[in-house]
Design a protein around this ligand. Structure first.
Ligand SMILES: *Cc1c(COP(=O)(O)O)cnc(C)c1O
Length: 375
């Protein structure tokens, strides 16, 4: 341990940073392959709406000015969309921001944060950075086991993270079960429902049975916080903008630690504009549902198992492959074919690869490459 690591606060020692999907340029540099497709970070293959691009163009003239630190216009649009008070909204540099804020506000070293096995990788990172104790409950058929999560609540529990649907598994919780769980958790424990993939999961074509909109329950449960993002269905991952909805007293606390200009002016303008072109968003969601059928049918035909998903991604079990029992070799072989997917061994899933659904032709290229490397 070097001198500075020795001086670091306990949570930061041994913290492993979030591993993002491999950037296209990096693969081109390292492997010398051109014509790369990236299906690794659950991004929107259609890109942002043309309405967004026009709004950005308008904003360029104002770049010398600080953004609206309060994000008034975006909050106003979000309040109308969700039928909530503006005081319930906390804006973030992505929804990762409010996920982190809730821990910084409520969790002290030694307190406990509950999340499921195979849950989104930011939860353990945020928890450890706060020098808190992660209580990881076993998954049930890859999904969150709410009974196990309820049973894990102790006097030290401060926050419970639930991703619905979860990334990387794509599993989801139904309305009745999730609502009963939140009602049953002590009111002093914050329940965070992360709805990063809400737009995909709520699409009837994906047929997520009984999939809930947890924002509808905010008035029932003051300890409920729901996060949403513009990174996925709205196609704005590069601009970093998301938000949480919560009780106004909670939002007030979250907003105290929010950096004053954490959403820049381009991101604010783009997010507002994207809400004015929901048709574009729906086109992406419809494409996703269609391609989910195409890709999972092809995977099944190849004799591979997959985890049924209501996100814009699916985890495929490539563990029994000719390439020797784990997914890392398959991942690497796909890289050589110019196809970037996501290994998920760090999620406790060494046999699976997570593939983001792209455009029809990208998915066909992925399927052809997968067939080839497994042959
Ligand atoms: C992508 C993702 C997020 C949000 O990412 P941001 O870009 O920070 O909004 C949050 N939760 C899950 C489960 C995700 O997959």
């Amino acid at each position: 341990m070097n001198q500075f690591e020795a001086q670091a606060v306990p949570g930061v020692k041994g913290l492993r940073p979030y591993q993002p999907g491999k950037p296209i340029e990096e693969l081109q540099r390292e492997y010398g392959v051109s014509d790369v497709i990236k299906l690794a970070s659950n991004e929107n293959p259609l890109g942002p709406s043309p309405v967004v691009l026009a709004a950005l163009q308008n904003e360029f003239a104002e770049l010398a000015r600080y953004p609206d630190g309060n994000g008034f216009e975006l909050k106003q649009a979000l309040a109308a969309k969700h039928d909530v008070d503006m005081l319930q909204i906390t804006l973030g540099t992505g929804s990762s921001d409010p996920l982190e804020f809730v821990v910084r506000v409520f969790v002290q070293p030694g307190d406990e944060v509950i999340f499921s096995e195979h849950a989104f990788a930011m939860y353990p990172i945020i928890t450890q950075a706060a020098s808190a104790t992660a209580i990881v409950t076993p998954a049930n058929d890859w999904g969150h086991d709410l009974d196990a999560m309820r049973a894990a609540v102790t006097d030290r529990t401060r926050v419970i993270f639930i991703a619905n649907p979860n990334n990387p598994t794509g599993t989801w919780l139904g309305s009745e079960a999730l609502r009963a769980f939140i009602a049953d958790v002590p009111k002093r424990v914050m329940v965070v429902v992360d709805e990063a993939y809400f737009e995909f999961a709520s699409d009837p074509a994906l047929a997520a049975e009984d999939y809930p909109d947890a924002t509808q329950w905010l008035s029932l449960f003051p300890n409920l916080m729901v996060t949403r993002t513009f990174s996925k269905a709205y196609g704005l991952a590069g601009l970093r903008v998301g938000y949480s909805l919560s009780h106004p007293d909670v939002a007030n606390l979250l907003n105290r630690i929010r950096p004053p200009f954490n959403v820049n002016s381009l991101a604010l303008a783009a997010a507002c504009a994207s809400l004015n072109d929901v048709d574009h968003m729906h086109r992406g969601v419809a494409l996703n549902a269609e391609q989910m059928n195409v890709v999972t049918a092809a995977v099944k035909e190849m004799g591979l198992d997959f985890i049924p998903s209501v996100g814009n991604f699916v985890c495929i079990d490539v563990g029994e492959s000719s390439l020797g029992g784990n997914a890392a070799a398959v991942y690497d072989a796909l890289l050589h074919e110019g196809v970037i997917v996501r290994p998920v061994a760090n999620y406790g899933m060494p046999r699976h690869l997570r593939v983001t659904l792209g455009l029809a032709e990208e998915n066909q290229r992925f399927l052809a490459a997968l067939k080839q490397v497994l042959a």
